[in-house]
Design a protein around this ligand. Structure first.
Ligand SMILES: [Zn+2]
Length: 330
Protein backbone atom coordinates (compact mmCIF):
# COMPACT_ATOMS: atom_id res chain seq x y z
CA UNK A 1 0.00 0.00 0.00
CA UNK A 2 1.66 3.21 -1.17
CA UNK A 3 0.65 6.83 -0.84
CA UNK A 4 -1.92 6.31 1.90
CA UNK A 5 -4.06 9.38 2.33
CA UNK A 6 -3.35 10.74 5.85
CA UNK A 7 -7.05 11.33 6.53
CA UNK A 8 -7.98 7.73 5.54
CA UNK A 9 -5.18 6.48 7.80
CA UNK A 10 -6.44 8.58 10.72
CA UNK A 11 -10.05 7.42 10.23
CA UNK A 12 -8.89 3.77 10.16
CA UNK A 13 -6.76 4.22 13.30
CA UNK A 14 -9.68 5.85 15.12
CA UNK A 15 -11.99 2.99 14.12
CA UNK A 16 -9.49 0.40 15.45
CA UNK A 17 -9.22 2.39 18.69
CA UNK A 18 -13.03 2.55 18.92
CA UNK A 19 -13.30 -1.24 18.47
CA UNK A 20 -10.66 -1.88 21.12
CA UNK A 21 -12.21 0.40 23.73
CA UNK A 22 -15.66 -1.02 22.96
CA UNK A 23 -14.31 -4.55 23.63
CA UNK A 24 -12.90 -3.44 27.00
CA UNK A 25 -16.04 -1.49 27.93
CA UNK A 26 -18.17 -4.58 27.31
CA UNK A 27 -15.75 -6.64 29.39
CA UNK A 28 -16.05 -4.14 32.28
CA UNK A 29 -19.85 -4.41 32.11
CA UNK A 30 -19.59 -8.22 32.22
CA UNK A 31 -17.18 -8.07 35.17
CA UNK A 32 -19.49 -5.77 37.13
CA UNK A 33 -22.41 -8.11 36.46
CA UNK A 34 -20.46 -11.18 37.62
CA UNK A 35 -19.24 -9.32 40.72
CA UNK A 36 -22.87 -8.78 41.67
CA UNK A 37 -24.46 -12.05 40.63
CA UNK A 38 -21.66 -14.59 41.11
CA UNK A 39 -19.10 -13.30 43.67
CA UNK A 40 -17.38 -16.70 43.82
CA UNK A 41 -16.46 -16.39 40.13
CA UNK A 42 -15.29 -12.83 40.77
CA UNK A 43 -12.92 -13.87 43.55
CA UNK A 44 -11.50 -16.64 41.36
CA UNK A 45 -11.04 -14.08 38.59
CA UNK A 46 -9.14 -11.80 40.99
CA UNK A 47 -6.96 -14.73 42.02
CA UNK A 48 -5.95 -15.17 38.35
CA UNK A 49 -5.00 -11.50 38.17
CA UNK A 50 -2.95 -11.91 41.36
CA UNK A 51 -1.19 -14.98 39.94
CA UNK A 52 -0.38 -13.05 36.77
CA UNK A 53 1.22 -10.29 38.84
CA UNK A 54 3.25 -12.89 40.77
CA UNK A 55 4.25 -14.44 37.45
CA UNK A 56 5.63 -11.20 36.07
CA UNK A 57 7.41 -10.49 39.34
CA UNK A 58 9.01 -13.92 39.20
CA UNK A 59 10.16 -13.38 35.62
CA UNK A 60 11.70 -9.99 36.50
CA UNK A 61 13.39 -11.15 39.74
CA UNK A 62 15.36 -14.00 38.11
CA UNK A 63 15.96 -15.49 41.56
CA UNK A 64 15.81 -19.00 43.03
CA UNK A 65 14.39 -21.87 41.08
CA UNK A 66 12.80 -19.53 38.56
CA UNK A 67 11.67 -22.12 35.98
CA UNK A 68 9.92 -24.22 38.59
CA UNK A 69 8.13 -21.18 40.07
CA UNK A 70 6.98 -20.00 36.64
CA UNK A 71 5.69 -23.46 35.71
CA UNK A 72 3.76 -23.72 38.96
CA UNK A 73 2.18 -20.29 38.57
CA UNK A 74 1.23 -20.98 34.95
CA UNK A 75 -0.28 -24.27 35.97
CA UNK A 76 -2.27 -22.62 38.74
CA UNK A 77 -3.53 -20.01 36.31
CA UNK A 78 -4.69 -22.57 33.77
CA UNK A 79 -6.55 -24.53 36.43
CA UNK A 80 -8.30 -21.39 37.68
CA UNK A 81 -9.23 -20.38 34.13
CA UNK A 82 -10.75 -23.79 33.55
CA UNK A 83 -12.68 -23.52 36.82
CA UNK A 84 -14.02 -20.11 35.79
CA UNK A 85 -15.26 -21.45 32.49
CA UNK A 86 -17.08 -24.30 34.22
CA UNK A 87 -18.59 -21.99 36.84
CA UNK A 88 -19.71 -19.43 34.24
CA UNK A 89 -21.62 -22.18 32.46
CA UNK A 90 -23.16 -23.31 35.75
CA UNK A 91 -24.42 -19.76 36.28
CA UNK A 92 -25.89 -19.74 32.78
CA UNK A 93 -23.25 -17.50 31.14
CA UNK A 94 -21.19 -18.25 28.03
CA UNK A 95 -17.82 -19.66 29.13
CA UNK A 96 -15.90 -16.75 27.53
CA UNK A 97 -18.00 -14.10 29.29
CA UNK A 98 -14.98 -12.68 31.12
CA UNK A 99 -12.77 -12.40 28.05
CA UNK A 100 -12.54 -9.25 25.92
CA UNK A 101 -14.15 -9.93 22.54
CA UNK A 102 -12.12 -8.22 19.87
CA UNK A 103 -13.36 -7.60 16.33
CA UNK A 104 -10.02 -8.89 15.01
CA UNK A 105 -8.56 -11.87 16.90
CA UNK A 106 -5.28 -11.55 14.93
CA UNK A 107 -4.26 -8.25 16.53
CA UNK A 108 -6.76 -7.95 19.44
CA UNK A 109 -7.83 -4.66 17.85
CA UNK A 110 -4.41 -3.09 18.28
CA UNK A 111 -4.00 -2.76 14.49
CA UNK A 112 -0.54 -4.33 14.49
CA UNK A 113 0.89 -7.86 14.43
CA UNK A 114 4.64 -8.21 15.10
CA UNK A 115 5.19 -4.55 14.29
CA UNK A 116 3.39 -4.65 10.92
CA UNK A 117 -0.06 -3.30 10.13
CA UNK A 118 -2.67 -6.03 10.57
CA UNK A 119 -4.97 -6.95 7.65
CA UNK A 120 -7.93 -5.43 9.50
CA UNK A 121 -6.11 -2.08 9.59
CA UNK A 122 -5.20 -2.22 5.90
CA UNK A 123 -8.79 -3.19 5.07
CA UNK A 124 -10.11 -0.11 6.91
CA UNK A 125 -7.58 2.19 5.21
CA UNK A 126 -8.76 0.80 1.86
CA UNK A 127 -12.41 1.36 2.81
CA UNK A 128 -11.87 4.99 3.84
CA UNK A 129 -9.65 5.73 0.83
CA UNK A 130 -12.42 4.52 -1.47
CA UNK A 131 -15.15 6.45 0.31
CA UNK A 132 -13.00 9.59 0.02
CA UNK A 133 -12.65 8.92 -3.70
CA UNK A 134 -16.42 8.45 -4.05
CA UNK A 135 -17.13 11.70 -2.20
CA UNK A 136 -16.21 13.55 -5.40
CA UNK A 137 -18.74 11.56 -7.46
CA UNK A 138 -21.77 13.62 -8.34
CA UNK A 139 -23.86 10.78 -9.75
CA UNK A 140 -26.89 10.21 -7.55
CA UNK A 141 -27.31 6.70 -6.13
CA UNK A 142 -30.64 4.88 -6.56
CA UNK A 143 -32.50 1.85 -5.22
CA UNK A 144 -33.70 -1.03 -7.38
CA UNK A 145 -37.31 -0.15 -6.53
CA UNK A 146 -36.91 3.20 -8.25
CA UNK A 147 -36.34 1.67 -11.67
CA UNK A 148 -39.46 2.21 -13.79
CA UNK A 149 -39.92 -0.37 -16.54
CA UNK A 150 -42.99 1.53 -17.77
CA UNK A 151 -40.66 4.11 -19.29
CA UNK A 152 -39.69 1.47 -21.87
CA UNK A 153 -42.01 0.62 -24.74
CA UNK A 154 -43.72 -2.77 -24.75
CA UNK A 155 -44.03 -2.70 -28.54
CA UNK A 156 -41.47 -4.56 -30.62
CA UNK A 157 -38.92 -2.45 -32.45
CA UNK A 158 -39.76 -2.42 -36.19
CA UNK A 159 -36.28 -3.35 -37.37
CA UNK A 160 -35.00 -5.79 -34.75
CA UNK A 161 -38.24 -7.05 -33.25
CA UNK A 162 -36.76 -6.48 -29.78
CA UNK A 163 -39.31 -5.39 -27.16
CA UNK A 164 -37.49 -2.72 -25.08
CA UNK A 165 -39.45 -3.42 -21.87
CA UNK A 166 -38.71 -7.15 -22.08
CA UNK A 167 -35.02 -6.49 -22.76
CA UNK A 168 -34.78 -4.07 -19.86
CA UNK A 169 -36.65 -6.44 -17.56
CA UNK A 170 -34.13 -9.18 -18.39
CA UNK A 171 -31.23 -6.80 -17.65
CA UNK A 172 -32.87 -5.67 -14.41
CA UNK A 173 -33.34 -9.27 -13.21
CA UNK A 174 -29.74 -10.14 -14.14
CA UNK A 175 -28.41 -7.07 -12.32
CA UNK A 176 -30.42 -7.91 -9.20
CA UNK A 177 -29.00 -11.40 -9.34
CA UNK A 178 -25.50 -9.94 -9.83
CA UNK A 179 -25.91 -7.97 -6.60
CA UNK A 180 -27.40 -10.93 -4.67
CA UNK A 181 -24.59 -13.27 -5.65
CA UNK A 182 -21.77 -10.71 -5.84
CA UNK A 183 -18.26 -11.76 -4.82
CA UNK A 184 -14.76 -10.74 -5.85
CA UNK A 185 -14.96 -13.57 -8.40
CA UNK A 186 -18.07 -12.15 -10.13
CA UNK A 187 -17.81 -11.50 -13.86
CA UNK A 188 -17.20 -8.10 -15.45
CA UNK A 189 -20.07 -6.38 -17.27
CA UNK A 190 -20.11 -4.12 -20.31
CA UNK A 191 -23.21 -1.89 -20.57
CA UNK A 192 -23.79 -0.80 -24.17
CA UNK A 193 -26.53 1.36 -25.61
CA UNK A 194 -27.44 4.83 -26.71
CA UNK A 195 -27.67 7.73 -24.29
CA UNK A 196 -30.66 7.95 -21.93
CA UNK A 197 -31.45 4.23 -21.62
CA UNK A 198 -30.72 3.89 -17.91
CA UNK A 199 -27.14 2.58 -17.90
CA UNK A 200 -25.97 5.07 -15.28
CA UNK A 201 -29.19 4.57 -13.30
CA UNK A 202 -28.71 0.79 -13.16
CA UNK A 203 -25.00 1.21 -12.37
CA UNK A 204 -25.90 3.47 -9.45
CA UNK A 205 -28.39 0.87 -8.15
CA UNK A 206 -25.69 -1.81 -8.23
CA UNK A 207 -23.20 0.53 -6.52
CA UNK A 208 -25.66 1.50 -3.78
CA UNK A 209 -26.80 -2.06 -3.05
CA UNK A 210 -23.23 -3.38 -2.86
CA UNK A 211 -21.96 -0.47 -0.73
CA UNK A 212 -24.81 -1.26 1.67
CA UNK A 213 -23.66 -4.89 1.73
CA UNK A 214 -20.23 -3.66 2.86
CA UNK A 215 -18.24 -4.04 -0.36
CA UNK A 216 -15.65 -1.47 -1.38
CA UNK A 217 -17.04 0.03 -4.57
CA UNK A 218 -15.55 2.76 -6.73
CA UNK A 219 -18.25 4.40 -8.85
CA UNK A 220 -17.82 7.51 -10.97
CA UNK A 221 -17.66 8.74 -14.52
CA UNK A 222 -14.47 7.73 -16.28
CA UNK A 223 -13.87 11.39 -16.99
CA UNK A 224 -13.91 12.37 -13.29
CA UNK A 225 -11.68 9.47 -12.27
CA UNK A 226 -9.14 10.28 -14.98
CA UNK A 227 -9.03 13.93 -13.89
CA UNK A 228 -8.29 12.75 -10.34
CA UNK A 229 -5.60 10.37 -11.60
CA UNK A 230 -4.06 13.20 -13.59
CA UNK A 231 -4.08 15.50 -10.55
CA UNK A 232 -2.28 12.81 -8.50
CA UNK A 233 0.20 12.21 -11.31
CA UNK A 234 1.14 15.88 -11.63
CA UNK A 235 1.33 16.43 -7.87
CA UNK A 236 -1.82 18.56 -7.64
CA UNK A 237 -3.32 16.08 -5.13
CA UNK A 238 -1.79 13.55 -2.76
CA UNK A 239 -4.04 10.52 -3.40
CA UNK A 240 -3.37 7.43 -5.42
CA UNK A 241 -6.54 7.15 -7.46
CA UNK A 242 -5.31 4.45 -9.84
CA UNK A 243 -4.12 2.15 -7.06
CA UNK A 244 -7.38 2.69 -5.16
CA UNK A 245 -9.40 1.84 -8.30
CA UNK A 246 -7.32 -1.25 -9.07
CA UNK A 247 -7.75 -2.62 -5.53
CA UNK A 248 -11.49 -2.01 -5.02
CA UNK A 249 -13.91 -4.98 -4.78
CA UNK A 250 -15.86 -3.60 -7.75
CA UNK A 251 -15.16 -0.65 -10.03
CA UNK A 252 -17.94 0.92 -12.06
CA UNK A 253 -16.57 3.15 -14.79
CA UNK A 254 -19.43 5.18 -16.16
CA UNK A 255 -19.63 6.73 -19.59
CA UNK A 256 -16.59 5.42 -21.45
CA UNK A 257 -16.00 7.76 -24.37
CA UNK A 258 -16.88 10.99 -22.54
CA UNK A 259 -13.24 11.62 -21.62
CA UNK A 260 -10.58 13.31 -23.71
CA UNK A 261 -8.60 10.88 -25.77
CA UNK A 262 -5.01 11.49 -24.69
CA UNK A 263 -2.07 9.08 -24.40
CA UNK A 264 -2.15 9.60 -20.61
CA UNK A 265 -5.88 8.78 -20.35
CA UNK A 266 -5.58 5.77 -22.66
CA UNK A 267 -2.67 4.31 -20.73
CA UNK A 268 -4.43 4.78 -17.36
CA UNK A 269 -7.61 3.19 -18.74
CA UNK A 270 -5.70 0.26 -20.15
CA UNK A 271 -3.80 -0.14 -16.87
CA UNK A 272 -7.04 -0.25 -14.84
CA UNK A 273 -8.93 -2.61 -17.16
CA UNK A 274 -5.98 -4.91 -17.75
CA UNK A 275 -4.83 -5.05 -14.11
CA UNK A 276 -8.30 -5.98 -12.91
CA UNK A 277 -8.63 -8.68 -15.57
CA UNK A 278 -5.26 -10.12 -14.50
CA UNK A 279 -6.33 -10.04 -10.85
CA UNK A 280 -9.62 -11.73 -11.88
CA UNK A 281 -11.73 -9.10 -10.11
CA UNK A 282 -14.92 -7.57 -11.54
CA UNK A 283 -15.37 -4.24 -13.30
CA UNK A 284 -18.44 -2.68 -14.90
CA UNK A 285 -17.94 -0.32 -17.83
CA UNK A 286 -20.76 1.56 -19.56
CA UNK A 287 -20.67 3.47 -22.82
CA UNK A 288 -22.97 5.38 -25.16
CA UNK A 289 -20.66 4.67 -28.08
CA UNK A 290 -21.30 1.98 -30.68
CA UNK A 291 -18.69 -0.71 -31.24
CA UNK A 292 -17.44 1.03 -34.39
CA UNK A 293 -17.10 4.34 -32.54
CA UNK A 294 -15.23 2.54 -29.76
CA UNK A 295 -12.91 0.96 -32.31
CA UNK A 296 -12.17 4.38 -33.77
CA UNK A 297 -11.46 6.00 -30.42
CA UNK A 298 -9.52 3.32 -28.55
CA UNK A 299 -6.48 1.19 -28.87
CA UNK A 300 -7.30 -2.34 -29.98
CA UNK A 301 -5.84 -3.68 -26.68
CA UNK A 302 -8.60 -1.91 -24.68
CA UNK A 303 -11.43 -2.92 -27.02
CA UNK A 304 -10.37 -6.57 -27.22
CA UNK A 305 -10.46 -6.83 -23.44
CA UNK A 306 -13.86 -5.17 -23.12
CA UNK A 307 -15.45 -7.24 -25.86
CA UNK A 308 -13.62 -10.49 -25.10
CA UNK A 309 -13.57 -10.64 -21.30
CA UNK A 310 -16.71 -8.71 -20.22
CA UNK A 311 -20.32 -9.92 -20.41
CA UNK A 312 -22.19 -7.50 -22.70
CA UNK A 313 -25.59 -6.06 -21.68
CA UNK A 314 -27.22 -4.29 -24.61
CA UNK A 315 -29.66 -1.63 -23.39
CA UNK A 316 -32.50 -0.99 -25.81
CA UNK A 317 -35.26 1.56 -26.28
CA UNK A 318 -35.94 5.26 -26.70
CA UNK A 319 -34.16 7.93 -24.64
CA UNK A 320 -36.22 7.85 -21.41
CA UNK A 321 -35.65 11.56 -20.83
CA UNK A 322 -37.61 12.20 -24.04
CA UNK A 323 -40.27 9.69 -22.95
CA UNK A 324 -40.59 11.44 -19.57
CA UNK A 325 -40.91 14.83 -21.29
CA UNK A 326 -43.64 13.48 -23.58
CA UNK A 327 -45.51 12.02 -20.59
CA UNK A 328 -45.31 15.36 -18.78
CA UNK A 329 -46.73 17.23 -21.80
CA UNK A 330 -49.67 14.89 -22.24
ZN1 LIG B 1 -6.31 -7.02 13.15
Amino acid sequence: MNNISPSAFTKAALEIERRRSEAFQTLEIHKAEIRKKAPEIDSLYNRILQTSIELSKAIISHSGNIDKIIDELKDKNLQNQLKIRIMLKEFGYPDDYLKAKFTCPDCNDSGYVNGSRCNCFNELIRKYTISELNEGCNIQLHDFEEFDLNLYSNLPDEQSGIVPRERMNTILVQCKNYVDTFSKESCSLFFLGKTGLGKTFISSMIAKALIEKGFNIVFDSINNLLIKAENDHFGRSDGNTVETIINADLVILDDLGSEFSTPFNNSILYNIINSRINMEVPTIVSTNLSLSELNEKYDERIISRLTGMYTPYRFFGTDIRQVKRRMMNK
